[in-house]
Unconditional design. Structure first.
Length: 116
């Protein structure tokens, strides 16, 4: 009688790994969907009022910031194992995102990238 190639223990491990990958990909999809939804806010505002004036480059830069931050967040959540380090890195990421966004929007630090 031939022995099975995959025993019960290996099958259980495979199901656990598959379940974890599906959960991680769902989280990534949620992060990217939220970034996309945030990009629709100024687009909708432009359709409803004349006070919002975004150019194509504004959407490209905002998309790069949001998607870049989202992918970095996913990387942190997948690779950093300790809760303390995760929290510190996520807070740092959020702080950098807010500061760069504020600088580009209104020029908080008066750099050459400052918005009007």
């Amino acid at each position: 009688m031939a022995t099975p190639i995959i025993d019960a223990d290996s099958n259980k491990k495979m199901k656990t790994i598959t379940k974890r990958l599906v959960e991680q990909n769902k989280r990534l999809a949620i992060i990217l969907t939220c970034a996309t939804a945030l990009l629709f806010v100024p687009l909708l505002g432009m359709a409803l009022t004349d006070e919002i004036h975004w150019k194509t480059l504004d959407f490209i830069v905002a998309g790069a910031l949001l998607y870049g931050s989202g992918l970095t967040l996913e990387f942190i959540l997948r690779k950093i194992k300790t809760k303390r380090n995760r929290l510190l890195l996520i807070l740092g990421l959020f702080l950098v995102l807010v500061l760069v966004w504020a600088e580009l929007a209104v020029g908080v630090f008066n750099t050459v990238f400052a918005g009007s």
